[in-house]
Ligand binder design. Structure first.
Ligand SMILES: Cc1ncc(COP(=O)(O)O)c(C=O)c1O
Length: 420
C-alpha cells in the first residue's frame, strides 16, 4: 500500500520544509552564538524587533517614551514592584497611578485596573513580578477597548510564557533586564522588544546614539530627531555576557522550575506558609521563590521568622519592604515603609522641585498616594519572604532544596521559642 505523504512530512531534499530552519524560527540555539544578541532574542521570543540597552530601567523608559508618555499623562502600574517600574514613569515626567495586585499571582489585578482608567491614562505598565507573568492577555483586551498601549515589565521574567507564547511577544512592548535575572549578564543591561516597527524606532529616541538612529530608523518622524540622539540621553548597551546566558537560559530556567516545584511540594502543608501560586497556562520562572507567611497562625511576625531563617543559614529577604537589601554587599535592609506608593517620593510629590511631575499644570487630577489605597499590596509586603534566584538555580539541586525545607521546618517546629 502506498504511504500517504502529507505535505509537512515531505523531505527537504525533495522540496519539503526544513525541520531545522532559522528563518522559520526553528533554528538550533547554537546558531545564535554567531549572531547578535538582538537577533537571538527575536528568535527566542518570536518578537520581530529587539534593541539592547544599558539596563531594564532604560528599556522601560525607552518603551514609555515610544508610547508617547509625557507630562500630564497617567500610567497605570503597580506599587508592589521594584522601584524602577514607577521610577521609569517619573523619568518621562508622567504620573504613576497604582493598581492593586491579585493576592495569588502578586501581579496586576485586572478588575482594579478597569476601575482606574481615566481620560488621562496613556499606557498600562504591568509587572511580571518574581517571574510570574501578569495577566497580559486580559490587560491587552482592556487596553484595546480604551485605545491604550501595554508595556510589560518582564525584567524579572525574561524566560516566562503565557499559554505557550514567550513573554516579549505578547504585549505591545516588553522590557527585559540582565541584572541578576533569568537571562543574566555580569555587567547588567537589558532590552526592549516589540512587534511594532514604529514603536521600535520611536524608542530609539530615548537614548541611542544619533548615528544608530540614523542607521536603523526609516520613519521620517523619528529621523527628524536623530541629530540630537532624540533626548540626548545615553541608554546604549554595555556589552557583557548575556548572549552566553541566553544560550543557557532554557536549561537553567527548567532546572529552577523543577527545584521550586520540589519546594512547593514540601512546603504546601506547613501551617502559616503559602508557597507561590502558578496560574494554569502560565510559566512562572521564579526570579525569586516567594512565599507568604501568616503571622496570625503562630503569633510570630514575618520579620522575626525571617531572622530565624537567616540564622539557620537560609538567606531570605522581604523584597518589597526592605528594597531587596541583598542587592549589594554593602547594603542593609531599608525598611521602606511599604510598597512604592508609600515611599517618600510619592508622599512628598515633589520629585523635580516645584511639585513636578505630580502637581505640574499639565496634570488634570493630581494623584494622592495614601496608606490603605492598595490593601493587597500593603498586606503582602508585610507577609512575603523570598528565597533568592541564586539559591534555587543550578548547580543547586534537590539536595539543596531539601536543606532549604529542613531550615524552614526547623524554625516552624520551634516557633513557640520565637514567640517568647
Ligand atoms: C521589576 C523590575 N523592573 C525593572 C527593573 C530594572 O532593571 P535594571 O536593574 O536592569 O535597570 C528591575 C530590576 O531589578 C525589576 O526587578
Amino acid at each position: 500500500m502506498m504511504r500517504r505523504v502529507i505535505k509537512k512530512d515531505k523531505l527537504a531534499l525533495l522540496g519539503g520544509p526544513k525541520t531545522i530552519d532559522e528563518k522559520a524560527g526553528r533554528g538550533l540555539k547554537c546558531a545564535w552564538a554567531g549572531k547578535g544578541l538582538e537577533q537571538a532574542l527575536c528568535e527566542y521570543t518570536g518578537a520581530k524587533y529587539a534593541r539592547c540597552v544599558s539596563s531594564g530601567t532604560a528599556a522601560l523608559i525607552s518603551s514609555l517614551f515610544a508610547a508617547g508618555v509625557g507630562p500630564g499623562d497617567e500610567v497605570l502600574t503597580v506599587a508592589f514592584t521594584w522601584v524602577a517600574t514607577p521610577g521609569a514613569v517619573l523619568r518621562c515626567n508622567a504620573v504613576p497611578i497604582f493598581v492593586d495586585v491579585d493576592p495569588k499571582t502578586l501581579t496586576m489585578d485586572v478588575a482594579d485596573l478597569r476601575r482606574k482608567i481615566t481620560p488621562q491614562t496613556k499606557a498600562i505598565l504591568p509587572v511580571d513580578f518574581y517571574g510570574h507573568p501578569a495577566p497580559i492577555p486580559e490587560i491587552m483586551e482592556v487596553a484595546e477597548k480604551h485605545g491604550l498601549l501595554v508595556i510589560e515589565d518582564a525584567c524579572q521574567a525574561s524566560t516566562a510564557e503565557i499559554n505557550g507564547a514567550k513573554v516579549g511577544n505578547i504585549a505591545h512592548m516588553t522590557a527585559f533586564s540582565w541584572s541578576g535575572k533569568p537571562i543574566y549578564s555580569s555587567v547588567g543591561g537589558g532590552a526592549y522588544l516589540t512587534n511594532d516597527r514604529r514603536l521600535f524606532e520611536s524608542a530609539l529616541l530615548a537614548g541611542q546614539h544619533p548615528t544608530v538612529i540614523q542607521g536603523l530608523a526609516t520613519d521620517p518622524d523619528v529621523l527628524r530627531y536623530a541629530s540630537m540622539g532624540g533626548t540626548g540621553d545615553n541608554m546604549r548597551a554595555v556589552g557583557g555576557d548575556a548572549m552566553a546566558q541566553l544560550l543557557d537560559a532554557e536549561v537553567r530556567t527548567a532546572a529552577r522550575i523543577c527545584n521550586c516545584e520540589f519546594l512547593t511540594g514540601k512546603l504546601k502543608d506547613i501551617p502559616g506558609i503559602t508557597p507561590p501560586y502558578v496560574r494554569p497556562g502560565y510559566r512562572h520562572v521564579y526570579h525569586y521563590y516567594t512565599c507568604l507567611w501568616d503571622p496570625a497562625v503562630h503569633g510570630v511576625s514575618r520579620d522575626r521568622f525571617c531572622e530565624a531563617l537567616n540564622a539557620e543559614g537560609l538567606a531570605v529577604v522581604a523584597y518589597v519592604q526592605d528594597a531587596n537589601h541583598y542587592f549589594a554587599p554593602e547594603s542593609k535592609p531599608i525598611q521602606a515603609g511599604g510598597p512604592c506608593h508609600l515611599r517618600t517620593v510619592f508622599q512628598e510629590r515633589n520629585l523635580y522641585g516645584k511639585g513636578c511631575p505630580f502637581l505640574c499644570p499639565h496634570v488634570k487630577n493630581p494623584p494622592v498616594y495614601r496608606k490603605g489605597d492598595l490593601p493587597v499590596s500593603e498586606e503582602t509586603t508585610l507577609r512575603e519572604f523570598c528565597i533568592m534566584q541564586r539559591d534555587i538555580s543550578p548547580p543547586c539541586d534537590e539536595r539543596d532544596m531539601q536543606l532549604i525545607v529542613d531550615a524552614i521546618k526547623k524554625v516552624v517546629d520551634n516557633i513557640d521559642l520565637l514567640r517568647a
